[in-house]
Design a protein around this ligand. Structure first.
Ligand code: ATP
Length: 430
C-alpha cells in the first residue's frame, strides 16, 4: 500500500491505495472517482473495458464515503503539473457506505456541527486539521529551540487563576468541589524553579457565556514560563514564536492553503517585519482618534482589536495595562505602579487577541498585597506564595490559544472549525 502523498514517487508502477470515496462521476464506460486516504486526495480513472466485471461493479456501486482498495498505475496529469491520476486496474470494495448525509453542496452550520464526526472528512476540514497539526508541532519545536521543556499542568484545580466566575466546578469525592483549569500558568511557575524554562500544552476551560467567533468553552492553550526573563524579552520570545508558526505554515501548508483559499502573502510579509509595540496608554488615544469610544481603564473590545491591526502588516503588542483590570500575579511596573508589565498580542487579518503574557510578581510582600486587594484568600495561594520564599527570581510567561492561532493561519471565520470537536456555550455534542 502507498500513501497518496507519496504517489509522485511511483509514477508508472502498479500501486495499491486504500481509502474512502470522496466524489464520483461516471460517463458511460468511464468512472472518475476521487479517493482520499488521509494523506491526500487523488482522482482515479476506471474504464469498463479494462476492468473485470467485479471490479467495475465495485467501483460504480461504491458511493460517497465507501471504503475501497484501489490498484492502478499513477501518472502525472497531462495538463496540470504536480497533479496526479491513477488508471485503475483493480478495485476491492471494503465497505459500502449507506447514503452519506453530507453531500457536496452547502449545508447549514447547525447541521454540520451535529454531524461533526462526519463533517471532519470534508476537504476543508481535512485541511484545517492539518494546519492545526503544523501549528502544534511548530510550537513544540520553537520552544525546544529556546530551551523550554514540556512539563504539563493538571486539569483539576483547587482554585482559579483569575476568580471563580469563569470556572466549571466538578464534584470531587470527599474534597468538595474542584474546578476545570483555565490556565496552567501557576503550576509552570513552580516548575521553572526545577527546569528553568518550561511549558504546558493542553485543554483549558472557560465558563464564560461568550458567543463570538473567537470563543470556545474548551480550548487548547500552550502556557510558557521562563526564569530570568523580563518583560521585553518575554515579548521577543512571543514574537519569535508567532513568526516561527507562520513560517512553518507557509512552508508546509501549500496544499491546505489552496483548499482554504488562504492567500499566504500577508503572512510572508509579516514574518519579515518587526512587530509593533504600543503601551496601553498610547493605544487608547490612538483608538479614540480613529472613532472608538473606549475610555482609559477599560478593556479592549473586539472592535478595538480589529481597529488596532486593520492597516498593519504586523501584529501589535499592547503592553503595560492598568493593574485594576489585570490579575494579581502580574508584576507592577517599577516606573508606574498603577500599571503592570504585561502584554496582549493582537494578530493581523482580524484574528484578534492571540497571546496574553506578563512578567510575574516575584516579591513576596507585593504579591500578598495584590492577593488581598483582589479579595482572594492568601491561604488558597500559600503554595504559590512559597515560590517567592525560596530563591525567587524575575520570571515571565505567556499563553497562546491554539485555536485562535489556527483560525488566523487558516483564515477561517469561526473558531468552531479550528478544533476537531468544538465545545460551545450551546454545544457539547458529538
Ligand atoms: P479574550 O479577551 O479574547 O476573551 P482572555 O483575555 O480571556 O481572551 P487569556 O486569559 O489571556 O485570554 O488567555 C490566553 C489566550 O488564550 C488568549 O490570548 C487567546 O489566544 C486564548 N483564549 C482565551 N479565551 C479563549 C476562548 N474562550 N476560546 C479560545 N481561545 C481563547
Amino acid at each position: 500500500m502507498v500513501f497518496i502523498s507519496d504517489i509522485r514517487q511511483h509514477i508508472g508502477q502498479t500501486v495499491e491505495i486504500k481509502g474512502w470515496v470522496y466524489n464520483t462521476r461516471s460517463s458511460g464506460s468511464l468512472a472518475f472517482v476521487e479517493i482520499r486516504d488521509g494523506s491526500g486526495f487523488i482522482q482515479c480513472v476506471a474504464s469498463k473495458q479494462e476492468l473485470s466485471d467485479d471490479a467495475w461493479n465495485a467501483i460504480t456501486r461504491a458511493g460517497q464515503e465507501s471504503s475501497v482498495a484501489i490498484t492502478g498505475i499513477p501518472k502525472e496529469h497531462p495538463k496540470k503539473a504536480g497533479v496526479f491520476e491513477i488508471s485503475v486496474t483493480h478495485v476491492v470494495l471494503i465497505h459500502q457506505a449507506v447514503e452519506y448525509p453530507i453531500a457536496h453542496k452547502e449545508h447549514g452550520p447547525e447541521f454540520l456541527l451535529e454531524n461533526r464526526h462526519l463533517w471532519l472528512r470534508s476537504k476543508r476540514q481535512w485541511a484545517i486539521l492539518r494546519v492545526r497539526d503544523v501549528v502544534e508541532t511548530a510550537i513544540n519545536e520553537y520552544l525546544h529551540q529556546q530551551k523550554f521543556i514540556r512539563t504539563d499542568s493538571p486539569v483539576f484545580t483547587p482554585n482559579s487563576v483569575e476568580g471563580t466566575t469563569t470556572l466549571f466546578p466538578v464534584p470531587y469525592f470527599d474534597l468538595g468541589e474542584a474546578y476545570l483549569s483555565q490556565s496552567g500558568q501557576l503550576y509552570i511557575e513552580a516548575a521553572i524553579a526545577s527546569v528553568g524554562r518550561c511549558y504546558d500544552f493542553g485543554p483549558v476551560f472557560r465558563a464564560e457565556k461568550s458567543v463570538t467567533k473567537r470563543h470556545l468553552t474548551e480550548f487548547w492553550m500552550m502556557d510558557a514560563e521562563a526564569a530570568f526573563v523580563e518583560h521585553e524579552e518575554n515579548m521577543r520570545i512571543q514574537e519569535g514564536l508567532v513568526k516561527y508558526i507562520a513560517s512553518a505554515c507557509i512552508e508546509k501548508c501549500t496544499e491546505e492553503f489552496a483548499i482554504l483559499e488562504r492567500d499566504s502573502e500577508p503572512l510572508k510579509k509579516m514574518v519579515e517585519l518587526p512587530f509593533v509595540k504600543l503601551t496601553y496608554e498610547e493605544a487608547i488615544p490612538w483608538l479614540r482618534e480613529r472613532g472608538s469610544d473606549i475610555e482609559l481603564g477599560e478593556d479592549l473590545g473586539n472592535d478595538d482589536e480589529a481597529l488596532l491591526t486593520k492597516d498593519s502588516p504586523v501584529p501589535v503588542f499592547i503592553h503595560k495595562w492598568p493593574k485594576t483590570i489585570k490579575p494579581f500575579y502580574m508584576k507592577l511596573d517599577p516606573t508606574d505602579p498603577t500599571r503592570v508589565l504585561n502584554n496582549d498580542l493582537i494578530g493581523i487579518e482580524g484574528s484578534g487577541e492571540i497571546i496574553g503574557g506578563s512578567q510575574r510578581e516575584d516579591n513576596f510582600d507585593l504579591l500578598l498585597e495584590r492577593i488581598r486587594e483582589e479579595g482572594l484568600s492568601p491561604e488558597e495561594y500559600s503554595w504559590y506564595m512559597d515560590l517567592r520564599k525560596y530563591g525567587s527570581v524575575p520570571h515571565s510567561g505567556f499563553g497562546i490559544g491554539v485555536e485562535r492561532m489556527v483560525r488566523w493561519m487558516t483564515g477561517v471565520e469561526h473558531i468552531r472549525e479550528c478544533i476537531p470537536f468544538p465545545r460551545l456555550v450551546n454545544r457539547v455534542r458529538p
